[in-house]
Write a protein that binds this ligand. Structure first.
Ligand code: ATP
Length: 626
C-alpha cells in the first residue's frame, strides 16, 4: 500500500528533536537489550511469527501468477480451485499468526513497561528531598507515564515494524528475482524513486500543519487572555479594545491562508501518491510486455502480474522503513531520558551496616548539632557553625526571622538533607551512621505545611500505624485535642479530608497531624509551628495538644507564638543561619537583641490577651527554677 496521509508527522523530526538527538552508543543499546532479555523466549516466538506471517502475506501475490498461468490460461479447473483454496488458506493462516504475534507482542511490551515503571517508582522513592524540590513535578510524572508508555509503543511498533518490513522486502525481492531479474531490477529502481517524492510532499504538508497549529495556539492564547473576567477588566480600563481586535484579526487572517494552503497541499499530496503508485505498475507492464514479446518467450502473463503485485506490496514497507529512522531516534531519546533518571544517585543513602540502637534500654532522642554548616547551593551558605545540645526529655524552641534557617535545621535531623560541614548526632551517634529507617522511625515531625492524603481521617492516621486499634486512634485524637471536632462530624473518623486536607481548617489539620505523630510515638518530636495566624481558640487548642507532648519527650519546636516558646526549656535564636542568642525568655528579653526585637514585633500578646501572657511567664519562671 502506498503511504497514506496518516503517516504524516510521524516521519519527520521537529527542530527541537533534531537538536536533542540522543547519542546512540553500544552501551545504550546493551542496556535496552537487558530489559528485553528476560523475555527472550517470547521474543524468539514473536520473531518466528513475524517471519512466517510476512512470508504467508506475500504468498497470495506469488500464487496469483500460477492462478493466471496454470488455472486461467492453462484452462485447468482443478488447478484453479486448488490454487484459490491454497491462497485463501495461506491468507487465513497469515492473519491468525498475526493475531498470535500481536498478543505476544503486547504481552512482552506490557511486562517490560511494568518492570520499568516499578523500577522507576522504587528509584524515585529513594531520591532525596533535593530532587523533589529542584525538579518539576510535571517532568517527573511525564517520565513515569508518557516516556514509559512510549517504550511500550517502541516495542510493539518500532521493533516489530523493522523486522516485519525488512523480512517482507527481502521475501518480495527474492520472489521477484526468481521470476525475472530484469523486471526485479526495474522494481528496485521504481520503489524508492516513487517513495521519495511522496515523502517530500508529505514533509511540506507536515510543515504547514505545524504552522497552522502554532497559529491556532496563538489565537487560543489571545482568546484566553481577553475573554477572562480579569483580562476584560484590564482591556476595558486601559482602552485596549482596538489593539486586542487588531491582534486577533491578524492571527485569524494568517490562519485562513494557512488552512487553505494546508488543504491544497493535502489534495496535491493525494494526487502525487495516486499518480506515482499507478505509474509503477504501468512501467512494469510496459517493460514486461516488451521483454515478453520481443526477447524472452518464457516470461508469462502470470509472472508479470506477480511482479506488479509484489511491487505494490513494497511501497508500504519501504516508506515505513524510511520513517523508522525517525522513530528510532525518538525511541532512543526516550530511553536516554528514562535512563538519565535511573542513573541519578540518591543523595541520601542508607548506610550499609547502619547502627540501629546504642542504648540497651531504647532510644532517648537526644540531639546534638556540632559545628553544623549547610547550604542548598554552594554559593549560598544557609547554616553557619550551628552547635547546640538537646538532652533527652528536654525541649528547645528555635526562633528567628523568616528565612533564618529554622526549617532547614530540623530537616537535617531525619536526614532530608545531609550537613555540608560538622555533624548532627541523634542519641550521640552521627545520623549518617544510623540506619535510615531506624532514625526516621524515632522522629516525629509535625510540619508547617500539614500534608494529609485525600482520604478519610482514619486512613490518614492508619497510614503511620496500620495496626492501630479504634481505641488508639480515638485516644490519639483526644490527646491532639481534635476528637471533639471529629465526633461532631456525621461520618466521624470516616470523614473525607478532601484533596490535601483542603476541607479542613488549618488548625484542624495541624491537630490531626499531631494525632498522627502521637500514634507513631517517636522518641524525638519536631514541631514546626504554622506561621499563618490562627484564631486564639484554635491556637489554645493546639497549645493544649502539644504541651503534654513536649513535657513527655525530647522536643524541638520551631516557634512563632509566645506560648510555644515558653513551653520549651531553652530558646535558640537563629539569625542568618547562626545561633546569635540562647537562653530563657526572661533573660533574652532583657538582652535587648534579636530576640527582644522578635518579641516586640511578633510574639508580644495583644493587650486584651495579656492574661495569657502572664500565665505564660509564670510557667517560664517555674521552668527556669527547675
Ligand atoms: P520560615 O520561618 O519563613 O519558615 P525558616 O527560618 O524556616 O523560615 P528556611 O525554610 O530554613 O527558613 O529557609 C532558609 C533559607 O534557605 C531561605 O532563604 C530559603 O530561601 C532557603 N531555602 C529553603 N529551602 C530551600 C531549597 N530547597 N533550596 C534552596 N534554598 C532553599
Amino acid at each position: 500500500m502506498p503511504p497514506g496521509p496518516g503517516h504524516i508527522g510521524r516521519g519527520f523530526l521537529t527542530e527541537e528533536e533534531k537538536q536533542n538527538k540522543p547519542k546512540i552508543t553500544g552501551a545504550l543499546l546493551k542496556r535496552i537489550f537487558s530489559y528485553l532479555l528476560p523475555y527472550w523466549k517470547q521474543l524468539a516466538l514473536v520473531l518466528v511469527c513475524i517471519v512466517i506471517s510476512s512470508v504467508f502475506t506475500l504468498m497470495p501475490s506469488i500464487l496469483t501468477g500460477r492462478i493466471i498461468d496454470d488455472g486461467l490460461i492453462g484452462r485447468s479447473m482443478p488447478a484453479l480451485v486448488r490454487l484459490i483454496l491454497l491462497s485463501l488458506a495461506v491468507t487465513l493462516a497469515a492473519n491468525l499468526i498475526g493475531v498470535a504475534e500481536s498478543y505476544l507482542n503486547s504481552w512482552i511490551a506490557q511486562h517490560i513497561t511494568f518492570d520499568m515503571r516499578n523500577q522507576m517508582f522504587r528509584h524515585l522513592q529513594e531520591m532525596s528531598q533535593r530532587f523533589f524540590t529542584s525538579n518539576n513535578q510535571g517532568d517527573i510524572i511525564t517520565r513515569m507515564t508518557s516516556d514509559i508508555d512510549g517504550v511500550q509503543m517502541v516495542i510493539t511498533n518500532t521493533f516489530t515494524s523493522i523486522l516485519s518490513n525488512t523480512i517482507t522486502l527481502i521475501v518480495a525481492l527474492i520472489a521477484m528475482f526468481r521470476k525475472n531479474w530484469i523486471l526485479a531490477l526495474v522494481g528496485i529502481v521504481i520503489v524508492p524513486l516513487f517513495t521519495i517524492p511522496t515523502r517530500a510532499a508529505g514533509k511540506t504538508r507536515w510543515t504547514l500543519t505545524r504552522e497552522a497549529q502554532a497559529c491556532n495556539d496563538e489565537i487560543n492564547g489571545i482568546l484566553n487572555e481577553t475573554m477572562s473576567v480579569s483580562g476584560q477588566t484590564l482591556v476595558k480600563l486601559f482602552n485596549r479594545e482596538e489593539y486586542e481586535y487588531g491582534r486577533y484579526e491578524s492571527a485569524n487572517r494568517r490562519m485562513i491562508a494557512l488552512n487553505i494552503k494546508e488543504g491544497m497541499a493535502g489534495r496535491w499530496f493525494r494526487v502525487i501518491i495516486s499518480t506515482f503508485s499507478s505509474i509503477g505498475p504501468m512501467l512494469l507492464y510496459l517493460v514486461g510486455g516488451i521483454l515478453m514479446m520481443r526477447y524472452d518467450s518464457t516470461l508469462t502473463v502470470g509472472d508479470i502480474t506477480v511482479l506488479v503485485a509484489l511491487l505494490g506490496r513494497m511501497y508500504g514497507p519501504v516508506n515505513q522503513l524510511l520513517n523508522i529512522q525517525v522513530e528510532w531516534i525518538r525511541a532512543m531519546a526516550m530511553f536516554t531520558r528514562i535512563f538519565e533518571y535511573y542513573d541519578m544517585e540518591p543523595e541520601i543513602k542508607n548506610p550499609k551496616h547502619g547502627v540501629t540502637s546504642r542504648n540497651a534500654d531504647g532510644t532517648k532522642g537526644s540531639v546534638e548539632f556540632r559545628n553544623v554548616d549547610f547550604y542548598y547551593e554552594p554559593e549560598r551558605q544557609i547554616l553557619k557553625n550551628v552547635s547546640f545540645r538537646l538532652e533527652s526529655g528536654r525541649s528547645v524552641a528555635i526562633v528567628g526571622p523568616s528565612g533564618s534557617g529554622k526549617s532547614t535545621m530540623i530537616n537535617l535531623i531525619p536526614r532530608l538533607y545531609d550537613v555540608t560541614g560538622g555533624e548532627v548526632l541523634f542519641d550521640d551517634i552521627d545520623v549518617r551512621k544510623l540506619d535510615l529507617h531506624f532514625l526516621r522511625d524515632h522522629i516525629g515531625v509535625v510540619t508547617q505545611d500539614t500534608y494529609l492524603f485525600n482520604g478519610t481521617i482514619r486512613e490518614n492516621l492508619l497510614y503511620v500505624k496500620p495496626e492501630a486499634s479504634e481505641e488508639e486512634l480515638i485516644d490519639a485524637l483526644r490527646k491532639a485535642n481534635v476528637y471533639d471536632f471529629i465526633e461532631k462530624q456525621e461520618k466521624g473518623l470516616d470523614t473525607v479530608v478532601g484533596n490535601r486536607g483542603l476541607k479542613l481548617s488549618g488548625g484542624e489539620k495541624q491537630r490531626i497531624s499531631i494525632a498522627r505523630v502521637l500514634l507513631k510515638n517517636p522518641s524525638l518530636l519536631i514541631f514546626d509551628e504554622a506561621t499563618s495566624a490562627l484564631d486564639s481558640i484554635s491556637e489554645a487548642k493546639i497549645q493544649a495538644a502539644i504541651d503534654p507532648l513536649v513535657n513527655s519527650r525530647t522536643s524541638i519546636l520551631i516557634a512563632h507564638r509566645l506560648s510555644t516558646i515558653l513551653a520549651a526549656d531553652e530558646i535558640l535564636v537563629l539569625k542568618d543561619g547562626q545561633i546569635v542568642e540562647r537562653g530563657v525568655h526572661k533573660d533574652l528579653v532583657a538582652l535587648g537583641g534579636v530576640y527582644t526585637e522578635l518579641y516586640n514585633t511578633q510574639f508580644k500578646v495583644m493587650p486584651d490577651e495579656a492574661g495569657e501572657e502572664k500565665t505564660g511567664e509564670k510557667e517560664e519562671t517555674e521552668k527556669s527554677k527547675e
